[in-house]
Design a protein. Structure first.
Ligand SMILES: [Zn+2]
Length: 337
């Protein structure tokens, strides 16, 4: 990928201003804006289609001023595409076009608020067919998890592709082995907006129904067992996965995605659980990510369903509708991902 970088620098001359400087850098469809403050000031971030607002808990600039961010080099986002307005205790960044995503993070020292806005034309979804190659997943009555997950993932891919509303990618489109880390690496490299890992369940009991998981370090005994099974390794309950992604927000949005999917697939079968657990495949993704267990191949009734093309089509359609709903309502309204 070619990056067109542009660096802009604003020195606000008033000494009483807490905003020390504002810089921006643009590459491809993204723009990043840095606000450097002389000291920490609490703020609220909100984003609404074309406008990003930062409301500070106190005055950061003595006067209202418009900051026209100037272009230095070429990027898809240029100086005329946005402007920032400073109003005492508020900064509003107004864009000409709707952004597809807006998010922020904070660097504590020197205190910087870093805002990213993206203008992708389409949302990007990554569908992950669980297991593959040397890892068959669960095998029962001649059915292999890796085959069912691939079939469903490919159908979901086709369904999403057909509408033309999304850019969709599969982590694998054939029977190959992929490490769990590779799957999340694909998702992150594509800067996806949602990641769905497809799996099939098994149980010694006659359990049936869907289970949907998101990544969490807090979990029930049962969810932990499922995570161990899907991770393919035994891990201690106290061994936490350490990563520097702001996990609360991601956990929240992933839970929301899980609930949205549950709200549609429950028309086909019971959703037994929506829970958090330390799934490796979900641990490294930046976007809302869920792992869906499509049913139990150990249950004769569900095994029959998972072989039924008509049922699979219905299931795929429900998941597709749920993803679309999640992207359109949640992702846009709360904008910051
Ligand atoms: Zn699995």
């Amino acid at each position: 990928m070619i990056f067109h970088a542009l660096f802009l620098l604003f020195l606000l001359r008033e000494n009483s201003s807490i905003i020390k400087d504002i810089k921006s850098i643009g590459f491809e469809d993204y723009v990043r804006i840095y606000l450097e403050l002389k000291e920490k000031v609490d703020f609220n971030f909100s984003a609404d289609k074309k406008t990003i607002s930062i409301l500070f808990s106190r005055e950061v600039s003595p006067t209202k001023k418009i900051i026209q961010i100037k272009d230095i080099r070429k990027s898809k986002i240029t100086n005329s595409d946005f402007q920032a307005e400073l109003q005492k205790n508020k900064i509003e960044i107004k864009f000409k076009n709707n952004f597809s995503v807006a998010r922020y993070f904070v660097i504590p020292f020197p205190y910087k608020i870093i805002i990213d806005a993206g203008f992708k034309e389409k949302e990007i979804e990554v569908i992950d067919a669980g297991h593959g190659g040397k890892d068959p997943g669960t095998i029962f009555a001649g059915m292999r998890e890796k085959d069912i997950t691939l079939l469903v993932a490919k159908k979901l891919y086709e369904e999403m592709k057909k509408t033309g509303k999304f850019d969709v990618f599969l982590t694998r489109d054939k029977d190959v082995f992929l490490e769990l880390e590779e799957r999340s690496a694909i998702a992150n490299a594509l800067e996806c907006d949602a990641f769905i890992s497809i799996h099939v369940n098994s149980s010694k009991s006659q359990a049936k129904g869907f289970e949907i998981y998101y990544f969490s370090q807090k979990f029930s005994e049962y969810a932990f067992k499922i995570a161990q099974k899907e991770n393919g390794v035994k891990m201690g309950k106290d061994e936490s996965i350490v990563f520097n992604i702001s996990s609360d927000f991601r956990e929240d949005s992933s839970k929301k995605l899980a609930k949205t999917i549950a709200g549609h697939i429950n028309k086909l079968n019971t959703v037994r659980r929506i829970e958090g657990a330390p799934f490796y495949v979900l641990a490294g993704t930046f976007c809302p990510s869920v792992l869906v267990e499509l049913g139990f191949i150990t249950n004769p009734e569900e095994r029959k369903k998972l072989k039924d093309k008509n049922y699979i089509s219905q299931l795929v359609e429900k998941i597709y509708i749920a993803i679309e709903e999640f992207i359109n309502s949640y992702l846009y309204q709360n904008s910051y991902l």
